[in-house]
Design a protein around this ligand. Structure first.
Ligand SMILES: Cc1cc2nc3c(=O)[nH]c(=O)nc-3n(C[C@H](O)[C@H](O)[C@H](O)COP(=O)(O)O)c2cc1C
Length: 356
């Protein structure tokens, strides 16, 4: 196999089985997702922090519902297809985000970061689950009455938060190619659910290798982050271009409680290391479960006794797209970001991925 095939999930079909992973907060917006769709893949928006991004950009208050709906409708204008990434852990806005996404008739929702709730009737919208192991997939399949339309298996080399224990991130048994066979088995036993792989995929050859192992497609984020069309700031893009392998580290202590992969030179991280900054949560976006299983606990909240071990990243992530100019930014990337030597257009990137 040498050519990149198409992908069909539920009611949508793509010329190439390449999905651009959702990147919060605001990194994968309309310019990026539309460029990906024009060149044969599917772009995915991120719902993280959209309410505040819209309020800042348009200088008026927004509800989550209004911001999510407007973001999707803008991205889908003139018949474009688009997905949206929705994180379970953002409990405060979860139900409203799902409702807005379904009402806006988004092509697909990508549900991850926790055990997502079932959407009983999603109309034409495909429900795509993000999981990091066969075990999580099994748990979610047992809870859901319906099957997801596809699964994204995100391995430990991804950007953003990782669904792995810190000590497991670099163990060979958790490498994407080693966790894939078991996930493929669970997916085939549950009605042949297509499996899309993510995390560290960089070249045309990587894509072919995973397709030959049985994946139906790939989700890639870091390569799309380093394009003209992504909404990351110039400073963020330049740090990627000048980074070395040693600059990419995994830190344990964001409030989600999941390891988080970042560039060591992120200004927010440097300030935290120097002890000059230990930001506490202002918004309560990222909530963990309390002893009764309800999402009420922010580990970085000012009143949380555990908070000395956790820091708030919401403002720092918004600063990475220029939406919190007085804050030092935090730059999250995948493990292969150091291989990027220049910023290119989505069209150039897709040509390279498709043609090799
Ligand atoms: C800047 C950035 C932001 C991300 N934000 C999110 C997010 O908000 N939600 C999510 O589920 N995944 C997020 N991810 C993970 C990606 O969607 C994707 O699955 C992963 O990075 C794929 O690995 P790769 O970057 O090596 O291609 C993010 C990744 C990056 C690089």
């Amino acid at each position: 196999m040498n050519t990149i095939p198409g992908l069909r999930i539920k009611n949508f079909e793509l010329p190439y089985c390449i999905i651009q992973g959702g990147m919060g907060a605001g990194v994968s917006g309309t310019p990026l997702t539309r460029a990906v769709f024009r060149t044969g893949g599917l772009g995915v928006l991120s719902s993280a922090g959209l309410k505040d991004l819209y309020a800042l950009r348009n200088k008026k208050p927004y509800t989550t519902y209004e911001a999510v709906r407007e973001e999707i409708e803008t991205a889908m204008a003139d018949g474009y297809l688009v997905g949206i990434n929705i994180m379970r852990i953002l409990d405060e806005s979860y139900d409203e985000t799902i409702r807005a996404a379904i009402d806006a008739k988004v092509t697909a929702v990508f549900l991850g970061a926790g055990v997502p709730k079932l959407i009983a009737d999603s109309g034409d919208t495909a429900q795509i689950l993000i999981a990091s192991s066969a075990r999580t997939l099994n748990i979610i399949l047992r809870r859901w009455r319906h099957r997801p339309d596809a699964v994204v298996l995100e391995g430990p080399m991804a950007g953003g938060h990782l669904g792995f224990h810190l000590e497991d991130v670099y163990k060979p048994e958790f490498a994407l190619e080693n966790i894939l066979p078991e996930v493929l088995k669970v997916a085939s036993e549950n009605g042949n659910i297509p499996v899309i792989v993510a995390g560290g995929i960089y070249t045309h050859e990587d894509i072919i290798r995973f397709l030959e192992m049985g994946a139906s497609g790939v989700q890639m984020a870091t390569r799309f982050l380093a394009t003209f069309e992504s909404s990351a700031t110039e400073e963020f893009k330049q740090q990627i271009v000048s980074s070395t392998e040693e600059d990419i580290i995994v830190v344990p202590s964001s409030p989600c409680g999941f390891p988080f992969r970042i560039l060591r030179g992120s200004p927010a991280y440097l300030e935290m290391c120097q002890g000059t900054r230990h930001p506490k949560c202002r918004m309560g976006y990222v909530l963990g479960k309390d002893s009764e299983g309800r999402y009420t606990v922010c580990k970085a909240a000012p009143n949380n006794p555990l908070n000395k071990d956790y820091f708030c990243i919401c403002d720092a992530l918004r600063a990475a797209v220029g939406m919190a100019p007085s804050e030092p930014p935090m730059f999250t990337v995948g493990s292969n970001a150091y291989r990027i030597k220049k910023i290119i257009s989505v069209a150039e990137l897709m040509k390279e991925l498709v043609e090799g």
